[in-house]
Ligand binder design. Structure first.
Ligand code: FAD
Ligand code: AMP
Length: 480
């Protein structure tokens, strides 16, 4: 028997489950299929983000940051604690509990909204027919008036660095270590490599990060990347740029890594190695040859700005399509697609996607970098406010970093906001709201910010664009 739905969503990661819940809210008869099973062999919704991505990594980042602060920062503010110990299995158990609570929460939300959930692997056939191989091995066929593909992404693996139980691991394995490795290698100084490297460095590992590119964080504003590199070095993260991994070999309980840099071929021995060289779109066994959905040259499902594929009535969202592989980008695409199916006309503003790296200091930005604007020949003014001049940052004994605001020289419209410092993952949303509302630097400057808050640094950066930040001597940049 074939069940007929208004919308069938394949994948219950952040993109898929947002789409499913919103579709059901809009009164559409909605099904959602997901094949994820957790360590207990039970279905778990929320995809990469909840199970092995955003949530577990942030749980470990928060725990390890508290540990590092207690070890290195508390004495400065008059708190003396002796004999601080990290109970890694307990930290991991708590992380698993957070993940379990959230994945169960998503199951509850899907149910409460009346979404029909199928636990199994979906294959899309012609005519928007979907064949589901359920976890018990039985096969079910359903059809959607509309189909939304949200099958996400998986870690990239490379031949010189094949995963090996507990010793050479990808990001998922790095979220499950039960002991602190003495020497930890990380391949890739991208967002995931830096976050996971930070977790274990804070807990006591000697961490070496090997990055093939010569430039550190090339996607970030150069000034921000420079400040972040300085702070990571101070913390003891040994980031080696221009270091391309060429091989790895298990040596007992250790791994010998070969890499080459400008000086030639080198080796290093590590207790554990995390491979964090990027993620690729996941479409394995998903698309029947005649389903009509095309992939692009990099293996992403080909879509237009509205997430419409080449197959009529089929959409794709999240990590499996072009654009930044970020949970919130997929969530917004999911909501947009089903609202359009329901006859509404929303758009995703791809110019306002915030990017965050949850290290310490945190790094966050929205909009264009100074380098991108220069390359495009734009003329702009910059307002920069250092956290060291923020009263609240001083009070909190955490004054690293700055906020940099870039505004069009002629119209004063904000073109980009770049932050490095404590809690900027929260502050960046203020920047996103300002840019979403097409704010000028002056609009922000004329807005009242609560005192004393870190947010005031954004206010001051906006004031600094026209040279009148209160708490620092700024000069207006010359128009180029
Ligand atoms: P996914 O979350 O990958 O979900 C896809 C789902 O589809 C999975 O549940 C999968 O089982 C299911 N599926 C796949 N194929 C089929 C099929 N054929 N049939 C049925 N089901 C199928 N992003 C952020 O924004 N912030 C962060 O802090 C952040 N931290 C991260 C940390 C780590 C360590 C990692 C690995 C990623 C992180 N990300 C972060 C990225 C984020 O997790 C992804 O961008 C996000 O999960 C993508 O959502 P998605 O719904 O597109 O896909
Ligand atoms: P991201 O794409 O943000 O997940 O980051 C992955 C990082 O891994 C990028 O900065 C890549 O340059 C880096 N990378 C990819 N392959 C290698 C390799 N063989 N050796 C070292 N770094 C690599």
């Amino acid at each position: 028997m074939t069940d007929q739905f208004d919308v069938v969503i394949i994948g219950a990661g952040p993109a898929g489950y947002h789409a499913a819940i919103r579709a059901a809210q809009l009164g559409l008869n909605t099904a959602c299929i997901d094949k994820w099973v957790n360590k207990q062999g039970k279905p778990a919704y929320g995809g990469t983000c909840l199970n092995v991505g955003c949530i577990p990594s942030k749980t470990l980042l928060d725990a390890s940051h508290k540990f590092a602060e207690a070890n290195h920062g508390f004495a400065d503010i008059g708190i003396n604690i002796k004999g601080i110990e990290m109970d890694v299995p307990k930290m991991m158990a708590r992380k698993d509990e957070v993940v379990a609570n959230l994945t169960k929460g998503v199951a509850g939300l899907l149910k409460a909204n009346g979404v029909a959930v199928f636990d199994g692997a979906a294959k899309l056939n012609a005519g928007r027919n979907i064949e589901i191989t359920l976890h018990d091995g039985s096969v079910k066929s359903i059809t959607g008036e509309h189909v939304v593909i949200a099958t996400g992404s998986v870690p990239v693996s490379i031949p010189p660095c094949q995963l090996a139980e507990d010793i050479i691991v990808d990001s998922s394995g790095a979220l499950d270590f039960q002991t602190v490795p003495e020497r930890l290698g990380v391949v890739g100084a991208g967002v995931i490599g830096l976050e996971l490297g930070s977790v274990w460095q804070r807990l006591g590992s000697e961490v070496v990060v090997l990055e093939a590119l010569e430039e550190f964080l090339p996607m970030a504003d150069k000034q921000v990347a420079k400040e972040a590199a300085k702070q990571f070095k101070k913390q003891g993260l040994d980031i080696r740029l221009g270091a391309r991994l060429t091989g790895s070999e298990l040596k007992g309980q250790k791994v010998e890594v070969s890499y080459s840099d400008a000086e030639g071929d080198k080796t290093e021995i590590f207790d554990r190695l995390i491979v964090a060289i990027g993620r690729r779109p996941y479409t394995e066994n998903l698309l029947a040859a005649d389903c009509g959905v095309d992939l692009d040259e990099r293996g992403f499902i080909y879509v237009n700005d509205l997430c419409v594929t080449n197959a009529p009535g089929v959409y794709a969202i999240g990590d499996v399509v072009r654009g930044p592989m970020l949970a919130h980008k997929g969530m917004e695409e999911g909501v947009m697609v089903v609202e359009r199916i329901a006859g509404k006309k929303p758009l995703v503003n791809y110019d306002c996607v915030p990017a965050v790296i949850y290290t310490h200091p945190e790094i966050a930005w929205v909009g264009k970098t100074e380098q991108e604007l220069k390359a495009a020949g734009d003329v702009f003014n910059i307002g920069l406010f250092p956290m060291v001049a923020s009263g609240r940052a001083m009070a909190a004994n955490d004054t690293v970093g700055f906020i940099k605001l870039i505004a069009d020289a002629e119209t004063d419209r904000i073109l980009g906001i770049h932050m490095v410092g404590a809690h900027v993952s929260e502050l960046i949303s203020e920047a996103v709201i300002a840019m979403e509302f097409a704010s000028s630097a002056e609009d922000l400057a004329l807005t009242m910010f609560a005192h004393p808050t870190l947010s005031e640094a954004l206010h001051e950066a906006a004031l600094a664009v026209s040279g009148h930040a209160i708490h620092i001597a700024t000069r207006k940049r010359k128009k180029k």
